[in-house]
Ligand binder design. Structure first.
Ligand code: MCA
Ligand code: AMP
Length: 518
């Protein structure tokens, strides 16, 4: 580096610099497969994968899309994409070919990595959209990606990236039904990870060594960034579960100190009789987010384990925004709130005209800070709409800040259902329902669900003179959209309730079906 050269702001470099001195100690232990990956393995494998990417001569900052089952190798590939200076685009493993087709068409990735079982249809889609390379990656180390990477050097100099350069694109559905790619920079991700490291008191090996149970999927902010970056930046070990299994997590608790989950996972843990204070004796913190944590769950968990869940709030566009305090000196953890804006994050409550409201008044939540994304991929108009004239991002969440500064989310101005931590946009599901034979129109709502928090329910109106079989419609939807989006119940009605303006009264539908799964 010359005297005036800027330091490399590549997120990978910061994560790599945090590896502990003893590279031969365990970084990740896989629970289902019984494998141990050392920090040296992480260093070498990401180098080999990054060298493979370099060998493809891709244009700088190419998008690299991945739809692969959760595995340590897929996490390593994410790190390798950063290392090589490209842009990572994770895709939910539940997405069907129509959904994948849209993302690939919109993002135009240079490389697509899919599960071996999906290669035939996925590669056809990808090549048709102009993708040059398609690799496969199974959750058992199978597939062409690793077969190719094994031949490359295990040393690699990370690409030089500026803080404002893109690191990842995360698709989040839109209220219009069209998904938008939230562009996150190296600076967004690193600044948030550094803030959380301090705020949540992550402990490096020298400080007692945190151990994280990693049980979330790695195609969203929560599992990919908040959980993985947290552990990596602390040089902390991960106990890695390919899929969430409540009994297994309880068995692992005595070996762990940190757990992160969506509320559904806490509900399922509470259903395990083996979840006791004794099982949680070594735990330092339980963190919840992605969806509202019911006060009942918060209290039942405290009663059973003696631990007060720390609830926080974030978005794909902003990574983490607020958090209940970790350190008791900063205040107590309050159920039903998402805590305080994180250090460096600005949060304000505004009315419909954008005027800032005083404390304890409910309004729209707007935020700003180094964590706020760079805009929606190829949607400059949409990006402008989502920011105020003075540069604050409109979250679409409705909230209030109390006298002590605790933020509570009381609703959403966006029509969004959060089911088991996954977002479902009614407009998208209604669009697909309306394309089904015999359907004149439909309304999709979220109703309380004891496991998933909210469940998707569809109410459909048949075309004049036609009949709709609800089971057949459900089967047809399953073939088109990811299973978690498929309505858990379909009702066929003669007409939808409308107000005097002709607008569908979704609140009436929600009330009508409120007890369905509660
Ligand atoms: C699975 N199913 C679901 C869901 N998950 N239905 C509704 N909502 C869901 N979330 C359905 C499947 O389609 C299937 O239906 C049946 O349940 C069993 O599927 P399976 O895969 O076995 O389910 P599971 O393994 O029990 O999964 C449930 C889960 C999972 C563990 C709660 O949904 C999950 O990991 N959720 C976490 C999502 C997450 O990480 N979100 C973070 C987003 P059928 O039998 O009919 O096919 S990041 C974010 O929101 C922001 C930024 C933030 O603040 O963090
Ligand atoms: P996503 O599109 O996956 O980024 O989801 C972001 C949305 O999840 C936010 O705008 C909120 O509506 C919701 N969310 C995240 N964390 C919480 C939380 N702790 N409580 C309530 N809602 C949350």
């Amino acid at each position: 580096m010359t005297a005036d050269a800027e330091p490399n702001a590549n997120l990978f470099v910061a994560l790599r610099d945090a590896f502990p001195g003893d590279l031969d100690s365990a970084a990740i232990e896989t629970i289902e497969r019984g494998l141990v990956y050392t920090w040296r393995d992480l260093e070498r494998a990401t180098a080999m994968l990054a060298n493979l990417l370099d060998s493809l001569d891709l244009p700088a900052a190419s998008r690299i899309a991945v739809q692969a089952e959760k595995s340590v190798e897929s996490l390593l590939f994410y790190l390798a994409v950063l290392r090589a200076g490209h842009v990572y685009l994770p895709l939910n493993t539940a997405y069907k070919s129509d959904e994948i087709g849209y993302f690939i068409g919109d993002a135009e990735p240079a490389v697509f990595v899919c599960a071996p079982k999906d290669f035939v249809w996925a590669s056809k889609l990808a090549f048709a959209a102009g993708t040059t390379f398609v690799f496969t990656l199974g959750d058992d180390r199978s597939g062409s990606l690793l077969e190719r990477a094994i031949h490359f050097d295990d040393r690699h100099t990370p690409a030089v990236r500026k803080s404002e350069d893109l690191a990842a694109i995360l698709y989040t559905s839109g209220t219009t039904g069209r998904s938008k790619g939230a562009m996150l920079t190296h600076g967004n991700l690193l600044s948030n990870a550094v803030t959380l490291k301090t705020y949540w008191g992550w402990r490096s090996a020298a400080e007692g060594g945190d151990v994280l149970i990693h049980a979330l999927p790695i195609f969203h902010v929560h599992g990919l960034f908040v959980a993985s970056h947290g552990a990596l930046l602390a040089g902390a070990k991960m106990l890695w579960l390919g899929r969430f299994d409540a009994r297994r997590v309880v068995e692992l608790l005595p070996r762990a100190t940190v757990f992160m989950a969506v509320p559904t996972l806490y509900v399922r843990l509470l259903a395990e009789p083996t979840l006791t204070r004794e099982a949680c004796r070594n735990m330092r913190v339980f963190i919840s987010g992605s969806a509202p944590l019911l006060l009942d769950t918060f209290e039942a968990f405290r009663e059973r384990t003696g631990h007060t869940i720390l609830e926080r709030y974030g978005m794909s566009e902003t990574v983490m925004l607020t958090s209940n305090p970790y350190d008791p000196a900063d205040g107590e953890r309050r159920g039903g709130t998402v805590g305080f804006p994180l250090p460096g994050v600005g949060l304000r409550i505004v009315d419909g005209d954008g005027s800032v409201l005083p404390g304890s008044t409910v309004g729209a939540i707007e935020v700003r800070g180094p964590n706020v994304f760079a805009g929606y991929w190829r949607m400059p108009e949409k990006t402008r709409e989502e920011f105020s004239a003075d540069g604050w991002f409109r979250t679409g969440d409705v909230g209030v800040v109390d006298d002590l500064g605790y933020v509570s989310i009381v609703g959403r101005s966006k029509d969004l259902i959060i089911s088991g931590g996954y977002n479902v946009y009614p407009a998208e599901i209604e669009g697909v329902c309306n394309e089904m034979p015999g359907v004149a129109e439909s309304a999709v709502v979220g109703v309380p669900h004891s496991d998933f928090g909210e469940a998707v329910v569809a109410v459909v109106v048949p075309r004049a003179g036609e009949a709709i079989d609800a089971d057949a419609l459900t089967r047809a939807l399953k073939a088109r959209i990811a299973n978690f989006k498929v309505p858990k119940a379909v009702f066929v009605v003669a007409e939808l309730p409308r107000n005097a303006m002709g607008k569908v009264q979704k609140n009436l539908l929600r009330e009508q079906h409120a007890a369905l799964f509660a």
